[in-house]
Design a protein around this ligand. Sequence first.
Ligand SMILES: Nc1ncnc2c1ncn2[C@@H]1O[C@H](COP(=O)(O)OP(=O)(O)OP(=O)(O)O)[C@@H](O)[C@H]1O
Length: 294
Amino acid sequence: MPSPDFQSASPTPAQPVAAAPVAPVRVIAVASGKGGVGKTSVSVNLAMAMVNAGQRTLLLDTDLGLANVDVMLGLSPRFTLADVFAGRCELRDTLLEGPGGLWVVPAASGKRHMTELLPQQHVGLVHAFSQLDLPIDTMVVDNAAGIADGVLTFCQAAQDVIVVVCDEPASVTDAYALIKVLNRDRGVSRVQVLANQVQNAAEGRQLFGKLERVASRFLDVTLNYLGAIPRDEWLRRAIQRQESVIEAFPSSPSAIAFRDIARRAGQWQSPLGPSGHVEFYMERLITPARSAVA
Ligand SMILES: Nc1ncnc2c1ncn2[C@@H]1O[C@H](COP(=O)(O)OP(=O)(O)OP(=O)(O)O)[C@@H](O)[C@H]1O
């Protein structure tokens, strides 16, 4: 059983990190319910588009069973989250510097026990980020498929959740199941819907319409349509090259769409303060509020 306590991880040489910043960190969780719809592609390319837009960005892979952010970016992790949970290193030791200065925290693939973490270990991971002292503006969290406790905790702990759907009946029903449990069990009241692998713009809107009709009937949640990423052969080629499509083929249709999504995500209203639940970088939401009234 992995250690439930992040802070008790064995000491390793500290890596140089900058002084603690106080600005709030925008945390965006990417999830889908169904697997294989393109969550990791969205997380990697959204994060890269944010880096290109000048945002200091950290990409966290929480798919502890089938991690692949590092593979998609051609990175070779020395330590992963599995090592942190096993007490072999601290969270900061897993940090990798990716293309363009993108920070990456990789997960571990094929470690079966990593999918069996306790709820308090998921919460421990969320809190451990506050100790990183990494100068970032944005964090993108790539989640596992399904609606397991870890997915729900990481989505709840983010300020915004992007649910990725594609034009398959199971994708829409699983996305609805995820939104339902996030709303009813975790109090998530706003979800961004991103249609992936669409043939045209109308297909994306139709997918959103299907989800919105059921959600508005049965749930107390606001769904926003974030837009669509086209099915794009250039994206597949970029994956083969272990690069983001943003870097490999910047003028491809999917790269253009990702830049547009990143621009729109940058316009979302920031939270006015902590939500009162488990939350990434909670203290950075509190600090500016304090100084504002000082
Ligand atoms: N917009 C797109 N255009 C073309 N192909 C795509 C697109 N998005 C994803 N794919 C294809 O779908 C495959 C699965 O994508 P990805 O690994 O991002 O999905 P996932 O939801 O993260 O999967 P898992 O649930 O297994 O982690 C990719 O390898 C890629 O070939």
